[in-house]
Structure formats: structure tokens, C-alpha cells
Design a protein around this ligand. Structure first.
Ligand code: PLP
Length: 384
């Protein structure tokens, strides 16, 4: 059998620290490598497979749509796209009235930044330290981690960074030229840090008082991950721009920006060749139907609580803190996390880091309690 690791190493641009296994199949919470070894997947492509891998309803929707119509420019309407737009507006916070569809999280953030600038006629943004918003030049400018940014400077000017969960610093960073505040509801890549009630109350107030737009990045927290369909619901947030992607279409690439009435754009100011293509829209419709009909946000809430109870009852000494909201789980260690991730993989559990010391788990919301028990037992073994 070919060693696909060697082939990817030879031909792939050197951008990933490879995990050393080749995944060829998935079903619900499980994936298999080329040798047939089985893993419980708590990485889900960084939180993409919320409904599990290779969901048969999504596979069916994609196959049927592929045979019907794959591409359709935004200049023409389409049945699947229209249905998805209506669905997203029905299910999202009441402030949101319009949809722009694209193909990834970073594109959703790029679009939101452009929409905020053109709608406000202002050019600056206030963002959070530890925040992550993507890899393209605009979204990268809004991202905090200097490791991702430094080699690519100069970036887009006008981005200020303030500590997360600190209302005073946020208030102080606002100027007459601030177009928008851009925040995650739970910082994902930054180490799984949830925002607090007091913080988001202050955020709402600062935006209202200063007539500043609120951009919320739910690329990772959206679609049930935190125990609500949108993490905004935990704080009754009514954003002006809501960025979505990752799990929106069951694994098919898609991003979306939902907009309030304060967003005004006109034809030609933005666009996307693939955005809103019928194939991805059909996959998203099937995915959202599964999420809602199977009450998966509630499942995430219950399973997250179950995990917390079991894990804290046996908390290993090298754990500094457990941060958990729904099935978005960060276990901060007192030491580097990489060796533990490797040991878990050896034991058949795929986890990932969020920074140097945080072990992050983003299992499918459909994971069974038995599988969660297996994850817990592997974790406790490895960490003890
Ligand atoms: C993953 C992520 C992005 C970027 O999404 P891509 O699809 O990788 O471009 C943006 N924001 C947040 C919060 C993310 O977790």
C-alpha cells in the first residue's frame, strides 16, 4: 500500500504539522485510517462534522443535487439557495435579515469587514487579544496571534486589540472612526475561552452608545456546538453581522454572513463565484434539518455537562483548568499538550491543541455516551 504520508510530504506545501496517519473513511463519531485502525474523532476537522462524518442524509442530498445542478451564479436565483437563505434567517437572532453566502470562514469574515466599512463609512475595528478570524489578509489583520501575522506584514491598517472579557479596555479602544467591534462568543483557537454575561452586556451597551456595528464570529461556535444553535443565544446577542462556516453544510465547504438592517451594500461591491452554489446549499439544508429535528444543540448541552461531571470528579493533577461550553471543550494543562495528543491518538482518540497548553475536544454532537466514556477513559489514562 502507498504511504500517503510520504506523498503528501513530498507534494503538499509545507504548512501542516502532520499527524502521521491517513484517514480514508468516517462514520458518525468514528474515522478509520488506511490500515483499518479505528479512532473516535474529537477534532472533526476543527469543528466541522457537528452531525458526524458522512451523514447519509447529507450524502443523499449532495448526490441528488449533483445530478440536478451544481453551479448557479448569484445573478440567477435557485430553489435550494432561496430555501437556505430563508432557513438561516428563520433560525438566527432576530436582528439578522439578509444573507451573503461564501465558501469558508475567512471569507465570511472578509465580507463582514467590507460590509461594516461600507455601511458605516468608518474604517477601524476593535478586536480581542487571543482572537482568531482566519488566514486571508483582512481576517488575518483581525487575528491576534503574532505568529500567524508577523511574516506577512504589512497587513490591513486600523485593527486594535484589547483583552477579552474586559469591558473597560474595550470601551477605551473605541474611536470616532470605529466601524465595528469583532468578537468570538467563545474564543476557539485562542484556547476555548467563553465570554461572560457581564462582558457581552457591556459590548451591547458600547455598540449602542457609540453607534458601532457588532460583528460576531461564530464560525466555530455555530450550529449547536455550544449547546444552543448559535452561541449568541447564551447572551441574547443581536449582532449586525454574524459570520458562519465550519459545520454549516455537514462538511461541504460553505461560509455565510448574516446581516442586520444596518448593513447596506449595493451590486458589485462584493461577490463570490462559488458562494451559494446549489450543491453546498443542498448540503446545508440537509445538515440544518438534522441539527434541528434531532435537537443536537440540546444533545451538546447534555453531553457537555456529562463530560464535565465525569472529568472533574477524576481531575488529573496536571490539569490547570477545564473550560467547557456544550461540546466545545478545552483542558488547560500545566505543561505542553503535544505529547498527550500523540498518546491519545495512539489510544484511538483524536484530539487537538488550542495553543501550546490547551487540549481541545470538538466531538460530533451525535457522539454516543459510550464513545464519550471511551474518550474520558483514554484521557484520564493518558493524563494520569
Ligand atoms: C476556523 C475559524 C475561522 C476561519 O475559517 P476557515 O474556514 O478556516 O477560513 C474564522 N473564525 C473562527 C472563529 C474560526 O474558528
Amino acid at each position: 500500500m502507498s504511504d500517503y504520508n510520504d506523498i503528501e510530504k513530498e507534494f503538499g506545501v509545507n504548512l501542516f504539522n502532520k499527524r502521521g496517519i491517513t484517514l480514508v473513511k468516517g462514520h458518525n463519531a468514528r474515522v478509520w485510517d488506511q490500515d483499518g485502525k479505528e479512532y473516535i474523532d474529537c477534532t472533526t476537522g476543527h469543528g466541522v462534522a457537528n452531525i458526524g462524518h458522512a451523514h447519509p442524509e447529507v450524502a443523499k442530498a449532495v448526490a441528488e443535487q449533483a445530478a440536478q445542478l451544481i453551479t448557479c451564479s448569484g445573478s440567477f436565483s435557485n430553489d435550494k439557495r432561496a430555501a437556505l437563505m430563508q432557513k438561516l434567517i428563520d433560525l438566527s437572532p432576530a436582528s439578522l435579515r439578509k444573507v451573503f453566502l461564501c465558501n469558508s470562514g475567512t471569507e465570511a469574515v472578509e465580507a463582514a469587514l467590507k460590509f461594516a466599512r461600507v455601511s458605516s463609512a468608518k474604517s477601524e475595528f476593535v478586536c480581542a487579544m487571543r482572537g482568531f478570524h482566519g488566514r486571508t489578509m483582512g481576517a488575518l489583520s483581525a487575528t491576534f496571534n503574532p505568529k500567524y501575522k508577523k511574516p506577512f506584514e504589512p497587513l490591513v491598517p486600523g485593527f486594535r486589540f484589547v483583552p477579552y472579557n474586559n469591558p473597560e479596555k474595550l470601551r477605551a479602544a473605541v474611536t470616532d472612526n470605529t466601524a465595528a467591534i469583532l468578537l468570538e462568543v467563545v474564543q476557539g483557537e485562542g484556547g476555548v475561552h467563553p465570554g461572560t454575561v457581564e462582558y457581552f452586556e457591556a459590548v451591547k451597551q458600547i455598540c449602542t452608545e457609540n453607534n458601532i456595528l457588532l460583528i460576531i464570529d461564530e464560525v466555530q461556535t455555530g450550529f449547536g456546538r455550544t449547546g444552543k444553535l448559535f452561541a449568541c443565544e447564551h447572551f441574547d446577542l443581536q449582532p449586525d453581522l454574524l459570520c458562519l462556516a465550519k459545520s454549516i453544510a455537514g462538511g461541504i465547504p460553505m461560509g455565510a454572513v448574516l446581516c442586520s438592517d444596518k448593513i447596506n451594500v449595493s451590486p458589485g461591491q462584493h461577490g463570490s463565484t462559488f458562494g451559494g452554489n446549489p450543491l453546498a446549499c443542498a448540503a446545508a439544508l440537509a445538515t440544518i434539518e438534522i441539527l434541528t429535528s434531532e435537537n443536537l444543540p440540546q444533545e451538546a448541552e447534555k453531553k457537555g455537562r456529562y463530560f464535565r461531571e465525569k472529568f472533574t470528579a477524576a481531575m488529573p493533577g496536571r490539569v490547570r483548568e477545564l473550560r467547557q461550553i456544550g461540546l466545545m471543550i478545552g483542558i488547560e494543562l500545566k505543561e505542553k499538550v503535544q505529547p498527550y495528543i500523540a498518546a491519545l491518538q495512539e489510544r484511538g482518540v483524536l484530539a487537538m491543541p488550542a495553543g501550546a497548553t490547551v487540549l481541545r475536544l470538538l466531538p460530533p454532537l451525535t457522539i454516543s455516551y459510550r464513545e464519550l466514556d471511551e474518550v474520558l477513559s483514554a484521557l484520564l489514562d493518558v493524563l494520569n
